[in-house]
Ligand binder design. Sequence first.
Ligand code: SF4
Ligand code: SF4
Length: 377
Amino acid sequence: MEQKKLGFGLMRLPLKDSRDQTSVDMEQLKKMVDAFLENGFTYFDTAYMYHDGVSETAIGEALAPRHPRDSFTLATKMPLMIIRTEADQERIFKEQLVKCKVDHFDYYMAHNVCNLFYPIAQKLKTFEFMQRMKDEGKIRKIGFSFHDDAELLEKVLNDHPEVDFVQLQINYVDWDSAAIQSHKCYDIAVKHGKEVIVMEPVKGGMLAKVPADVSKIFREYEPGLSDVSWAIRFAASHDGVGIVLSGMSEIDQLMDNMSYMKDFEPMNDKEKDVALRAASIINGTIAIPCTNCRYCVKSCPRDVAIPEYFSLYNTDVLANPAGFSIQSAYYLNLTKVHGKASDCIACGNCENECPQHIKIIDMLKDVVERFESNPPF
Ligand code: SF4
Ligand code: SF4
């Protein structure tokens, strides 16, 4: 089966109620899944943790009972952040097969390998477990998703040469980032001969809403292409990249992504230069590099809506409204049902979870300064 390079990321599914991550709109999802497959795309990426555990159940309903098993490729992940024993791994893996209604996964990975969770994977022998499942025919390819620096990636790949692939955060904004190290990590994965699966090519949606001067540069080069296409095509244009995941929550996003990825041609050097020029402009404007992965929110004892507040903050900084700020109004609304940024007690739980290594406690102080010192009403 030929594999096209666009993968359907299942961490931002269409919802019936935007405040409830479990309220997946199944009719919409089924339509999107069907359209994706009809256009020759095959790869779906879910995880135990996505949508509070509902992503696997939702794709289990939308995919396997409705399409032949050999017509799709399904990936999911072992949640290193919650397993405590080797028995947890066995239990969760069995649960995942049942939820997804399949007898094997095509790609299976240790979720969020980083300095915090790699010791857990080592202690619980997660890689050995995945290898055993592969030997038993319940997994086709094993790997890990990675959120740390190039030095740790080198170590993990030296420790575990048996892995088939690595899932990395690659986008044109993070390509030369000191924190994310996309380029360095990509080079190491290629050096070790691993297939690269790309996550966060649009940086949590940030590169779908680029500043006007960046959008103008893109339009001048190629008027018919969307801003988001530059992000996805950039990630897909590197040798060794097998799949670029895009978290799609609307059918229009899906149709746009498929339009330029159906007969994908890698970017030429001039296009890559345009993307990297865009990166330097955007990097000068983003205040907080939050990707909305939501790993931080569950561990917060004060229910602070961290990613929502950071998103509002970034937009407000970019928009820099002179008077009334709509972001400020949204902030006030959110604080009715969540803890305020000023409710943070600096326990540090969230910072331990953040794959982007954001200084969340400090950043929340900036949020307080921006939104709580001048309420909109
Ligand atoms: S440091 Fe603040 S925002 Fe982070 S988990 Fe603790 S209370 Fe919540
Ligand atoms: S602050 Fe960090 S962990 Fe929380 S949503 Fe943003 S990137 Fe994810």
